[in-house]
Design a protein around this ligand. Structure first.
Ligand code: NAD
Length: 481
């Protein structure tokens, strides 16, 4: 792998941190050791694994300040960094609580054939690879790791090279738990390290862009291993004429701009019914203007810097194209350079068209382009007019009316009269539609099942010949040789 990689600080624009990716051979050796240790990890049983994860939780809590500081340096925002750690802690508790029931082997039962008993066993994949993005660096590196560990797998995690400072304190927290340190490793590095990790693992969980997701899927296919892909989105919000506009504008503003819009489940396209279009836009703009940048103090305001320099270029390109094609900018509308960081204020656009990048491609910024629709059919068609299908939101005067529309939207997680609820509700199983992903649900009970292969033991319980066996002709002397 290439030598050290410099890491840019999103608040200052300075490269002030370096990571040292492992050589390919070293990474392979590390993965071999994880794979060997997995045997004891699996054999030790679930109770021991739960105990180890609980110790990890304590170890993370003991390093809370260091972790939040590192994440804040990685991302330029503090509130969400603390929330990331809280969310990982509650995910450990949730999975430890659920795992005994979800991993319990079912009682043997009779099959459709009365004299054949069916017994099942689930066998974990030995080594899982997790490759994660920069927008929620800690949370998204842990979301698949925790259930995989409880299932009995060893895990190697390759977080994004754009936000890797948290890896050090996190690795310290792992090293402090003897049972865990042999089966969980975080490695620093860029895409080539991620690609090398795929060559070593038995299953890969990838969270990132559609483009890289395709490359990862191809690499996994070549190795004949499963790949679970959680990719980008261009989530729509539909606001029906009956919606509570006070509620809809507050929810959409949050869902579009939290974490500066750098979220896969950000609302990036808003469709408002003709009848309420003008008051809706006026209220959204009025609220959007009240949000402040977290500048100069990280503890003021709500909108942090754009974390990745490359993303600022994408946001700028989408905004420039929209403006050139006639979009009206009601607030925000440009990238601002402040203190070396790159910032974008909440932006509301109207007079947008389906062909504009800001309506068609993932922007990953605090941008709210609003279009009107005249019939519900048109609203649904516009919402589905995309290559993505991650999540969505529908606002209406009643749950029933909103659900009627939500059933027709091609997306996995749909918030009703709220936004981005899949960030909080982990119980509901959901799949990505279209280009937003591939593989089983990362949420709900199915999430842990992704890390197991099922075996069926089919046990004959009598000594009589099975009715389908050969009815052999009686042996004669002639045939006996
Ligand atoms: P990215 O695809 O550029 O990188 C993601 C990870 O893949 C990084 O760790 C990177 O180093 C690694 N990588 C790059 N090339 C690789 C290769 N050839 N083989 C293996 N690994 C490789 O994505 P990003 O810019 O870090 O993240 C932003 C994207 O992630 C957005 O599209 C966003 O929507 C998506 N995302 C999706 C979800 C979800 O749950 N669906 C959640 C968060 C972010």
């Amino acid at each position: 792998m290439a030598g050290p990689i410099g890491v840019r600080n999103p608040r200052t624009g300075m490269v002030d941190y370096w990571i040292e990716p492992p050589e390919r051979d070293r990474l392979a050796e590390r993965c071999d050791r994880l794979r060997t240790a997995q045997l004891d990890w699996q054999a030790g049983g679930l109770e021991q694994r739960i105990e180890a994860l609980q110790r990890w939780k304590q170890s993370l809590l003991a390093r809370k300040q260091k972790l939040v500081q590192a994440l804040t340096a990685d991302t330029g925002r503090r509130t969400e960094s603390a929330l990331e750690l809280d969310s990982v802690i509650s995910s450990i508790d949730r999975w430890c609580r659920l795992a005994p029931q979800l991993l319990a082997e079912p009682e043997p039962k009779s099959s459709a054939i009365p004299f054949i008993r069916l017994q099942q066993q689930s066998v974990p994949y030995a080594l899982v690879g997790v490759i994660s993005p920069w927008n929620f660096p800690l949370l998204l590196s842990a979301i698949d790791t925790i259930p995989a560990l409880l299932a009995g797998c060893a895990v190697v995690v390759k977080p994004s090279e754009i936000a890797p400072r948290f890896i050090k304190p996190l690795s310290e927290a792992i090293a402090a738990v003897p049972q865990l340190r042999d089966v969980l490793a975080y490695v620093e590095g860029a895409g080539d390290t991620g690609a090398a990790a795929i060559d070593c693992v038995d299953l890969v969980c990838f969270t990132g862009s559609v483009a890289t997701g395709r490359t990862v899927a191809e690499a996994a296919t070549k190795r004949f291993i499963p790949a679970f892909l959680e990719l980008g989105g261009k989530d729509p919000a539909i606001v029906l004429a009956s919606a509570n506009l006070e509620l809809a504008t507050s929810a959409i503003l949050w869902g579009s701009t939290v974490n500066t819009g750098q979220s896969c489940l950000s609302l990036e396209r808003i469709y408002a019914a003709d009848a309420i279009f003008e008051p809706f836009v006026a209220m959204l703009v009025q609220k959007a203007k009240r949000l402040q940048l977290t500048y100069p103090s990280v503890d003021s305001g709500q909108i942090g810097p754009i974390i990745a320099e490359k993303q600022a270029a994408t946001i700028a390109a989408h905004l420039d194209e929209a403006a050139a094609k006639g979009a009206v900018v009601h607030c925000g509308g440009a990238i601002e350079a402040l203190g070396g960081g790159l910032w974008c204020r909440p932006t509301v656009l109207t007079q947008v068209e389906r062909s504009m990048k800001v309506m068609a491609e993932e922007t990953f910024g605090p941008i709210m382009p609003v279009m009107s629709f005249s019939t519900v059919e048109e609203g649904v068609a516009l919402a589905n007019d995309t290559n993505y299908g991650l999540s969505a939101a529908v606002f209406a005067g009643s749950d029933a009316e909103a659900l009627e529309v939500a059933r027709r939207i091609d997306a996995g997680g749909i918030s009703i009269n709220d936004a981005a609820l899949t960030a909080f509700i982990y119980e509901g199983e959901k799949n990505a539609f279209k280009g937003s992903g591939l593989g089983g649900s990362r949420m709900g009970p199915a999430a842990i099942a992704r890390f197991m292969r099922k075996k069926a033991f089919l046990v004959k319980t009598n000594s009589a010949p099975d009715p389908w066996w050969f009815d052999l002709p009686k042996a004669t002397d002639d045939m006996s040789d």
